[in-house]
Ligand binder design. Structure first.
Ligand code: ADP
Length: 493
């Protein structure tokens, strides 16, 4: 039994007492109070109190049932098992329930909206993540370094090339000030200036030198202002449509090699022209002297003819070098192999170079060598290699020096080797790895003699690419150099 129902007994008891008191008061006031009426009055008061208590009990019972019904209905509504308006309540509970129903229905509507919004946001988030992954993989596949900074000049995005160039890790560097991440004040100033400067200039392109691995590299830098992506916008807008705050996309392309090649090419053109002009002028001068009859005796004429022949050979060597390198590189070279004695080819080369050596008072010595192994090679090409090595040895050796050549055999490796040694200027250690590169010339030697940087490259191509041999160099600055090449001994050689 509930406390409200217990209350009915209390109310019944109190009502009996009140009725009793009321009857007593009325009787006394009317002067009709008689002791004989007292039991009747007591019974009447008790019956009256009992009836009131009973009525209260019945009412409370009904109210309790109604409240339980209403609570049950609200619970059913909450779980979606009942329909709104299904419950017609008594005691005014219907109105209360109506309000509760409306509140519940607007709450569930709001909840549905929120669930839909959340799903939408989930999808957007997943799309954004996929988009970012896609963008990152595109950026990472670029060789150019890309750094994106935001309104606060903080790093927002960068690709792998940028991480490598500036030695940082994007995960740690994200949202850090760009000048804490990129250790190049000139570049970071440029980035800030681009963002803060005149917005009309949305794209700047310039050349910037940046220290990289201990050397200065040249970069082609493009800086573009970008409008920051608003949450309501779906596509990024690179073009600025208003004066809104912007970030900067910086793209850096290493053009050091391009610059070096351009420089080398222009050096090459000027050197080749010089190399062509020098023998040509000499040939022209001696021809004119011969035509004008300035060589009056046979000995002078023979001397002039020799000079003309030597210069013509020099010219054709240069042209052969250029043509052969390009033929070997493009794979269209015609190789005419035969069994040859390297000693014989070297002897011929010495004969050709003697006048050039004598002109510089350089002693050109051929060390006696064994002649019993042959190689299977293209004679003209090998002769050209020997001539290039002799020509260099003479060019880079001071007047009065010595150049010697020897042919040896490495029976273990089954190779015949040729070594051309000189007492010349030598090659610094740092240049040795590049000596056989195309167009490479030792910087310190450029004033000593003109050249094209093709001679040794051709030797390497002919020996290694065409004949499967090997080239090498040993050298000490101011002491001299020994250039070697080795060719496989012919099978039946
Ligand atoms: P070049 O036409 O410049 O002589 P090469 O390819 O024949 O071109 O040689 C490349 C460079 O190697 C030369 O510029 C020179 O600096 C260096 N070199 C070649 N031979 C010698 C040598 N015997 N002594 C010193 N340096 C040499």
């Amino acid at each position: 039994m509930s406390s409200l129902k217990w209350l009915s007994f209390g109310i019944g008891a109190v009502s009996s007492v009140v009725i009793m008191l009321l009857v007593l008061l009325i009787s006394e006031a009317g002067g009709s109070l008689a002791m004989s009426n007292l039991p009747m009055m007591l019974i009447g008061a008790l019956v009256g109190g009992f009836v009131i208590g009973l009525i209260h009990w019945i009412f409370m019972d009904q109210l309790e049932k109604e409240t339980a019904n209403a609570a049950n209905h609200v619970e059913q509504l909450c779980h979606g098992k009942a329909l709104p308006g299904e419950y017609q309540g008594r005691f005014g509970l219907g109105v209360v329930l109506e309000v509760i129903e409306q509140t519940l229905s607007s709450m569930s509507q709001r909840q549905e909206e929120l669930v839909t919004k959340r799903k939408e946001l989930d999808i957007r988030l997943r799309l954004a993540e996929a988009e970012q992954k896609h963008l990152t993989s595109i950026l990472d596949s670029l060789n150019d370094a890309v750094v994106v900074t935001d309104t606060f000049n903080e790093v927002a995005l960068a690709n792998a090339a940028a991480e490598e160039l500036f030695h940082f890790n994007l995960d740690k560097a994200r949202q850090s000030p760009v000048d804490h991440v990129i250790n190049d004040s000139a570049l970071t100033t440029l980035i800030k200036d681009t963002r803060e400067g005149n917005r009309a200039v949305r794209k700047r392109r310039l050349e910037q030198r940046i220290q990289q691995a201990g050397r200065e590299a040249i970069f082609d830098v493009t800086l573009s202002c970008v409008k920051e992506k608003m949450s309501s916008q779906t596509e990024s807008s690179v073009a600025l449509s208003d004066e809104s705050a912007s970030g900067v996309v910086t793209i850096l392309r290493d053009i050091t090699r391009e610059r070096e090649i351009a420089e080398t090419k222009s050096d090459f053109v000027s050197n080749v022209s010089h190399e062509l002009r020098t023998p040509l002028s000499s040939i022209k001068a001696y021809m004119e002297m011969l035509i004008d009859g300035e060589a009056q005796d046979d000995q002078t004429r023979a001397e002039f003819y020799n000079i003309i022949q030597g210069e013509t050979n020099r010219l054709s060597r240069l042209i052969d070098n250029i043509l052969n390198i390009s033929r070997i590189e493009s794979g269209i070279v015609r190789v005419q192999r035969e069994h040859i004695s390297l000693s014989a080819v070297i002897k011929e080369a010495v004969g050709i170079m003697l006048p050039q050596a004598r002109a510089k008072q350089i002693e050109l010595v051929e060390v006696p060598n064994p002649d019993y192994f042959q190689v299977f090679a293209d004679r003209d090409m090998i002769l050209q290699c020997a001539l290039n090595l002799f020509s260099n040895a003479i060019k880079y050796t001071d007047v009065g020096g010595r150049v010697s050549v020897s042919v040896g055999v490495n029976e273990g490796a089954r190779m015949v080797t040729v070594a051309v040694s000189d007492t010349g200027v030598g090659v610094p250690d740092s240049d040795k790895p590049h000596l056989f590169d195309k167009f490479y010339r030792v910087a310190d030697h450029k004033n000593l003699a003109k050249g094209t940087g093709l001679g040794l490259n051709l030797v390497k191509h002919v020996v290694e690419t065409v004949h499967g041999g090997e080239v090498g160099v040993e050298s000490k600055v101011d002491k001299g150099s020994t250039f070697t090449f080795a060719l496989p001994i012919a099978d039946n050689g």
